[in-house]
Write a protein that binds this ligand. Sequence first.
Ligand code: PEP
Length: 251
Amino acid sequence: MRKKFVAGNWKMFTDRAGAKKLAEAVVAGLAGDNRVEVALCPPFTNLETVAAVLRGTPVALGAQNCHFENEGAFTGEISPLMLLDLGCSHVILGHSERRHKMGEGDALINKKVHAALAAGLKVILCLGETLEDRQGNQTGLVLKKQLEGSLAGLDEAKLERMVLAYEPVWAIGTGHNATPQQAQEAHAFLRGWIAQTHGKPAADALRIQYGGSVKADNAESLLKQPDVDGGLIGGASLKADQFLPIVRAGI
Ligand code: PEP
């Protein structure tokens, strides 16, 4: 059985003091319960602060992006090795805000995925369709293209260190979550594609998180879908009293 995995994407929010408080509240609220895997993904500037809070707890530390080289003349970038050095075990790649606001495409995301895995990080790879895609009945095509592009060249062994996050763009930060049925349908599609390309055992083992306006009151119905293995949580991860019930919905 796949263990549920809930990650908090803090985006460009929190200062160091706020990050410390939030991480401490999450750790205290979980009280060592690791029935659901949990990761916190603060901004780069707060990774070290949050790492100190999470050390010795079951909560993992993730970053929100990285470059595809480990070092070099890339002003303003952060490398996979730098993230490891700070205590990260995970990195989010291909988030829709990076795809749509920062112009990242599947080829670039694929390079980052390879680099992050090679460095020893686990990857939460985000994908999802826009509202226009969905209304034009293009969801399947778009997801297939994103899978093909961002997973190019990855074998089953590498896939073991990956998690997919299905995040319909129209649901992110909008307050309009996908219905449990819509989420289940998309997740089943993604798992089916992985079964075809990487085999059924790899597909059965792969965790697929849902992301997009998950809140305490809709988490349970989403997380109980058979192919929904957890959540990637934006807004509701910024308050421990909103995030913790989402984690508990995965128990
Ligand atoms: C996200 O940023 O990955 C996300 C799903 O945001 P929200 O939960 O705020 O929709």
